[in-house]
Design a protein around this ligand. Sequence first.
Ligand code: C5P
Length: 238
Amino acid sequence: MRPTDRIFVALDMPEVEGARAMAKNLSGLVGGVKLGLEFFMAQGPAGIRAAMEGTDLPLFLDVKLHDIPNTVAGAVRSVAPLAPAFLTVHASGGPDMLRAAADAAADEAARLGIARMRILAVTVLTSLGEDDLAAIGQRGPAADQVRRLAAMAQASGVDGVVCSPAEVALLRADLPADFTLMIPGIRPSWAAKGDQKRVMSPAEAVAAGADRLVIGRPITADPDPRAAAQRIAAELGA
Ligand code: C5P
């Protein structure tokens, strides 16, 4: 994988024009674009298509699906024509839901004659503390629950997980080398931390075992987003 391929730029904005301009501006300098619930709920599939127009960057559709297996499989089929490279579901939806998502991704790609989207499972949201885990009936500590959910996700046929920098090394040791670890909470030393508390630099995260890095504001809020992306790629050895 080229260093630039590792970088998925998070476009956390509700408007099509801003997202499209940023995606276009970063073509060739990052490995893909992450669009999430804020954008999808406001703009829908047509907005995703519009935002990605004029760029051949892969799409990471981060909508964190969580429902009964039949409904999640249907949702996966519904977004398949957008040809996302990655799509997120919640690991806590359980083995049958994860399997249904993975199977639907494979079946629908074959039917449409397109590349199969990779399903990533979200383990424990980093917004949940130990008290929150207890309140929803999940056994902590959080790192143990992340490992349990990641192992279950891998056994259920999905392609990887999203996890925080704090868990990358643990999960890399537990899981096969081809199991994708997609990591947000990345801050180059020169960027503001913003509301991220436990962060790692791009090079540290890759050294710990990350495959792909989700990076938002260090690129999008920089006065020169192209230069920021190039600095990050250089830090990764480009
Ligand atoms: O701007 P920043 O680099 O902090 O953006 C990181 C992206 O990753 C955002 O889209 C954020 O929602 C997402 N994310 C995160 N921490 C998590 C999970 C997702 O920052 N634990």
